[in-house]
Write a protein that binds this ligand. Structure first.
Ligand SMILES: [Zn+2]
Length: 328
């Protein structure tokens, strides 16, 4: 668990961390920036374990006291700073960082604070942390995990080494999913595209049964749309109220038309994103490309309307009418 070898992509960033540890030139504070599911926690944990290992070579040894206790999840000198609220406030920083930072590590050379969702830190919380970042005890290392840098005070940014976690290519994610035996080769393409460069996001979707069911349901309805009566099509808007808080169903419809267009114009399954549904897609791709393009545009328009808080039912009814329309 937690080896550099397990991490896909971002090899330069990992090499930077590894060399810093080997040369004993680690900084007191790092800011890892990447979207949800990009691998921030994985990278921070791997770095922390390596930093604390007493028998490390190219990787943490996995057998020293520190490694063993790290793998158990109860390392006394690794503190995970979290909040149960939407923001990380000054109380959390005081209680979980400032009150303990002057106490020397229990057993090991370093004491590592991993601050989760650091981009949600309030200004007061950042100011409270700042003093410690300016004059940290020699043993303290802060790993701030954040989805973006915008929320930070310049004074915080100037005292941390910022490391940006790059998204992986869809091919890399596909290969990962197949190699780990998590999906078939055909499903992998879909989840990789949907994961938007973030393995964690793709993994979440694979495990999310709600998403799987939603996808099956929507694709079935989409494939039947042309043979349905307009009145029944409009009823879908009511049925979809179960997705009122989960607009991913529109992404699925969006992808459906994207793939219909590919099937119609290129006639090559190699370019489909939903390769696992290729039969369904090819048999539904009957309308002229201009009509399909118009329908794809209607889906995007509906997404935008909902984003601007448009009426859910009405927006979907308008969209469904356009999806049912067969004229350009
Ligand atoms: Zn070790």
């Amino acid at each position: 668990m937690y080896t550099f070898q397990e991490i896909w992509g971002n090899q330069r960033l990992l090499q930077h961390l590894r060399i810093a540890v080997k040369n004993e030139k680690t900084s007191h504070a790092y800011l890892f920036v990447g979207g949800a599911g990009a691998g921030k926690r994985m990278i921070a944990n791997t770095f922390a374990k390596y930093l604390l290992c007493s028998g490390r070579q190219e990787e943490a040894c996995g057998i020293c006291d520190s490694c063993r206790v790290f793998d158990s999840g109860n390392h006394p000198d690794v503190i995970h700073v979290t909040s149960e609220k939407k923001t990380l406030g000054v109380d959390e920083i005081r209680g979980q960082v400032l009150e303990t930072v002057d106490i020397k590590p229990y057993h090991y050379a370093k004491k590592i604070y991993i601050i989760h969702q650091a981009h949600t830190m309030t200004v007061q919380a950042q100011n409270a942390l700042l003093k410690t970042l300016e004059e940290p005890p020699s043993y303290a290392v802060f790993l701030l995990l954040a989805e973006n840098e915008d929320a930070f005070l310049p004074t915080i940014l100037s005292r941390t080494v910022t490391l940006k976690i790059s998204p992986l290519s869809e091919e890399e994610i596909s290969r990962y999913l197949i190699q780990k035996g998590l999906t078939t080769a055909e499903e992998a393409v879909f989840f990789a595209a949907y994961g938007q460069g973030r393995i964690g996001h793709a993994l979440e979707l694979i495990e999310d049964e709600t998403f799987g069911q939603m996808r099956e349901n929507i694709l079935k309805q989409m494939s039947q749309l042309s043979s349905m009566k307009l009145a029944d099509v409009l009823l879908l808007a009511k049925e979809w109220e179960i997705y009122k808080n989960d607009y991913r169903f529109l992404d699925i419809i969006d992808l459906w038309y994207r793939d219909l267009l590919v099937a119609k114009s290129l006639r090559d399954e190699g370019f489909l994103i939903q390769k696992d549904k290729k039969e369904m897609i090819f048999s539904a791709a009957k309308e002229p490309t201009e009509i399909l393009a118009k329908k794809a545009a209607a889906v995007i328009k509906a997404k935008e309307r909902l984003k601007q808080n448009g009426n859910f039912r009405l927006t979907l009814e308008v969209m469904l009418m356009e999806l049912k329309e067969n004229k350009t």
